[in-house]
Design a protein around this ligand. Sequence first.
Ligand SMILES: Cc1cc2nc3c(=O)[nH]c(=O)nc-3n(C[C@H](O)[C@H](O)[C@H](O)COP(=O)(O)OP(=O)(O)OC[C@H]3O[C@@H](n4cnc5c(N)ncnc54)[C@H](O)[C@@H]3O)c2cc1C
Length: 360
Amino acid sequence: MTKHVIIIGGGIVGCMTAMELRNQGHQVTIVERNQIASQTSGESSWAGGGIIFPLLPWQYSAPVNALTRTGADAYRALSQKLLLDTGVDANFAQSGFLLLPKFDTEAALTWCQQNHVAAQTVKASNFGVQSLSGENALWLPEVCQIRPPYFMQAMRKWLEQHQVNMLEHTQLVPLQQVSELHTWQTTNGETLHADQFVVTSGAWSFELLKDTAAKLNIKPMRGQILLYQPKENLQQIVYREGFYMIPRLDGYLLAGSTLEDVGFDSGVTDQVRIEIQAKAEAIMPSLKDQPVIKHWSGLRPGTPENLPTISAHPTIKNLYLNTGHFRYGLTMAPASAKLITTIMAGETPQLDASPYLCAQ
Ligand SMILES: Cc1cc2nc3c(=O)[nH]c(=O)nc-3n(C[C@H](O)[C@H](O)[C@H](O)COP(=O)(O)OP(=O)(O)OC[C@H]3O[C@@H](n4cnc5c(N)ncnc54)[C@H](O)[C@@H]3O)c2cc1C
């Protein structure tokens, strides 16, 4: 049966959920308080680095890795499909991931072996990268990246082509407790009707739902990133102790990012710029002469253990949650969208959905 579904939030998670629902033949509206696929105040998806891999997966639980793995596996075909359908190239690239010491070599190698992820210990100098210690680096050649602003543009175009209704510059008010949801008010007094609603509002999800789901543990975690255009670029993503550099296909280089608990402040700071520059120059000394082209931030939907909520609302019928993807929403989005739409259809998902239930 065709349903009308309203999705609240047009980041990667909302857009991917819309795509799944549209593919199932439903009528879909995305409500976005800003503009989909643009850099506005704090949204995470435009701002993200675009590494399609959970940095150090051996540090995460099986439910987190189940989503990142399934999501990552979908990206090559998804990017090709978007290019074919929309003409927008999301710059999907298998750049590989060079992990510089210090890290837990044994845990890393064991995890990679158990999960069939190619990994090889190497000398960082063989990759033209400065290593502060003489210890070996780890090379993960299969790790991929996308360019988030381009990916979001491709998604937006695909959704337009497939008649997904986009209500932009429209904000929904915080929800009050009801037993069944059929309508939701906008901040300018309009009443929106639907058969089902999905909250994909990222860092703002708790503000929207706190009167109905007090245990939903999501808060903004700011990340700042710098952009360079170096004369000579890296050939692979490089990571050292919480810091990464991502070379883009057209010669740009990203360096970041921070994990800051500063509420909904989506500004950038000189102090962080200086810190990131120092870390980048330690890996790539030639950056000392290079200006920072751009400096931005995004508010991640921060959650304990990086575990998102992908489930029906615990008490309100017709309401679903797909939110709280924290550091890996880009990577997880395809798997997460598939999971929530399977739950909404009342079908049995392939992934065990129990770890992502909304606490009551
Ligand atoms: C610096 C940085 C680097 C990152 N790097 C990576 C990476 O390399 N790989 C990776 O996998 N992930 C990365 N991430 C994380 C990833 O970007 C996020 O997990 C993901 O974007 C979350 O997507 P989302 O759609 O849930 O949230 P968002 O993109 O924030 O979208 C939520 C949307 O909801 C809208 N909204 C909120 N409230 C309302 C309302 N009341 N009414 C209407 N609309 C509303 C907002 O305007 C917003 O557009 C990074 C994040 C940052 C900040």
